[in-house]
Design a binder for this molecule. Structure first.
Ligand code: ADP
Ligand code: MG
Length: 229
């Protein structure tokens, strides 16, 4: 096995549901290199969100091992998990998860408020991220006054400011029309190329899959197919 950035080894995950358990992942093996742009596809319920949550250390697998960089996620202490989520990984969601009444600047700087970054550098990073996503002119605009596409670009800017090497995006275009989805995917591709950020995004949409260099297809909690373009 080479030196992959991400490795999932025989990962199983079960959710308790009343008196039964739901077997969401049934032995997932996959590897992703640093700088890859990867799509996670498969029908609803196939395990996409579960994989994203596990890689983000939002949940711990029932069985198996997950490595990200030099870290074995299962072996992190509570404090190390928090640090991992703050510094190594950024999240982008289908429903944006922004603060609706705060403005674009405030939403973008939010993750930096919990990091030891000096005020001056916070400002530099936020303005740079907003320029990168083409929202330099809207810094003072409230989120609830933006379109869906603009909101997702704010979420991308927020993912950029921490300089995390891994971005996990769960159906990032699920709530956008086709044209806006293309703008968002082109922006993610640009960031992937320019900064070498590794992207893992889930999607149902064939027009969105084509932005990936690798497509991992899940079926019923297992990897059914891996396609590299
Ligand atoms: P996808 O994102 O591909 O739609 P998920 O990872 O959300 O799939 O779900 C995988 C399986 O796990 C599904 O059968 C789903 O119903 C189940 N599942 C997901 N989250 C929970 C939960 N919190 N409690 C119980 N079952 C869950
Ligand atoms: Mg899902």
């Amino acid at each position: 096995m080479g030196l992959s950035f991400i490795t999932m080894k025989d990962v199983c995950h079960e959710y308790p549901l009343g008196k039964v358990v739901v077997k969401a992942l049934k032995g997932v093996n996959l590897q992703i290199d640093a700088g890859e742009m990867v799509a996670l596809i498969g029908p609803s319920g196939s395990g996409k969100t579960t994989i994203i949550n596990l890689l983000g250390a939002l949940d711990t697998p029932t069985n198996g091992e997950i490595f990200v960089g030099s870290l074995n996620l299962n072996q992190l202490s509570r404090g190390e998990r928090i640090k991992y989520r703050k510094t190594k990984v950024s999240f982008i969601f289908q429903f944006f998860n922004l603060f609706p009444t705060l403005n674009v600047y405030e939403n973008t700087e939010f993750p930096l408020l919990f990091m030891p970054v000096p005020q001056k550098e916070i400002k530099e990073r936020v303005l740079f991220a907003l320029e990168t996503v083409g929202l330099g002119g809207l810094a003072k605009r409230r989120i609830d006054e933006l379109s869906g596409g603009e909101r997702q670009r704010v979420a991308i800017a927020r993912a950029l400011v921490t300089k995390a090497p891994l971005v996990l995006a769960d159906e990032p275009t699920g709530n956008l029309d086709g044209e806006t989805a293309a703008v968002v995917m082109e922006l993610m591709t640009k960031i992937n190329k320019e900064f070498g950020t590794t992207f893992l995004f889930s999607t149902h949409d064939p027009r969105v899959m084509k932005y990936a260099g690798k497509i991992i297809e899940l079926r019923d909690g297992r990897v059914a197919k891996i396609q590299t373009s």
